[in-house]
Design a protein around this ligand. Structure first.
Ligand SMILES: CC(C)(COP(=O)(O)OP(=O)(O)OC[C@H]1O[C@@H](n2cnc3c(N)ncnc32)[C@H](O)[C@@H]1OP(=O)(O)O)[C@@H](O)C(=O)NCCC(=O)NCCS
Length: 222
């Protein structure tokens, strides 16, 4: 068995935990020995939730790294930016990221996933898709043929990324949003929940609505 820790006691950390447990249950013998969850600032509510799941809280990121215990890791934190920071810290300390795919997810022919990626229940990844490091493919998200998702991309539940779309690094596609075929979402762009993206987005854009239009939270022209 491979020793594994999950970083993040919040929602996606515990969803990642479910993916790992489902994987273990569906294999003839468990693949991962889940040692527990690491979190530098867990809320009391999340500690109670871990307790209810019978999962050990292993302390802060610094505590874990100082312990020098060996294990692979997964970052279960939804924010692409924070996920990048945590992954960088663990990679620099010599840890290796695992890659997990829920047994009910579908990964098509010639599609590849990189270290740290988590594919949740019901996700559908079509053929010839390239998925970078530490991507989060949430429940029921779909990725069309020949799409490319660079590192630290998050597809929220039920989002649809169509064929030949390119999501640059740290893109987040909101729940239930649709990105039409062949578009490019620039680095760190964010698509609002339920939006329909009909034009490519430049880096650092937030877009919402149907059709999706760039939007600035401070109200300034985008
Ligand atoms: C689009 C988004 C980034 C905007 O975030 P924000 O800047 O904090 O926006 P606010 O909540 O302050 O709302 C600002 C305005 O946008 C509207 N708005 C917010 N989200 C919207 C969306 N997805 N589509 C259309 N309008 C939206 C609000 O109603 C509000 O309008 P108003 O000024 O007329 O009242 C965010 O709402 C979003 O959709 N994020 C994705 C979240 C997601 O996927 N959640 C699921 C997690 S599993």
């Amino acid at each position: 068995m491979i020793s594994l820790i999950i970083i993040g006691a919040g929602g996606f950390g515990r969803e990642t935990l479910d993916v790992v447990r489902s994987l273990n249950r569906s294999s003839s013998s468990p693949v991962y020995d889940l040692l527990g969850v690491v979190d530098s600032q867990p809320s009391e509510a999340n500690l109670s939730r871990l307790d209810a799941l019978g999962v050990r809280f292993l302390g802060s990121e610094s505590d874990w790294i100082a312990s020098s215990r060996l294990a692979q890791y997964l970052v279960g934190v939804g924010s692409p930016k924070i996920r990048r920071q945590i992954a960088h810290r663990f990679d620099s300390a010599g840890y290796r990221a695992a890659t997990v795919v829920h047994p009910t997810a579908v990964v098509g022919s010639n599609s590849t996933l990189s270290a740290g990626s988590v594919v949740c229940a019901g996700a559908q990844i079509s053929t010839n898709v390239v998925i970078g490091a530490h991507a989060h493919i949430n429940p029921n998200a779909t990725v069309g043929h020949d799409a490319v998702l660079k590192d630290f991309v998050s597809l929220n539940p039920g989002s649809v990324v169509s064929g030949e779309v390119v999501c640059e690094t740290e893109v987040l596609v909101g729940a239930g949003a649709v990105v039409l075929q062949g578009l490019t979402l620039g680095a760190r762009s964010l698509v609002g929940a339920a939006a329909c993206v009909t034009r490519s987005l430049t880096a650092d854009t937030i877009a919402k609505g149907v059709p999706a239009r760039p939007y600035r939270p401070d109200g300034a022209p985008s």
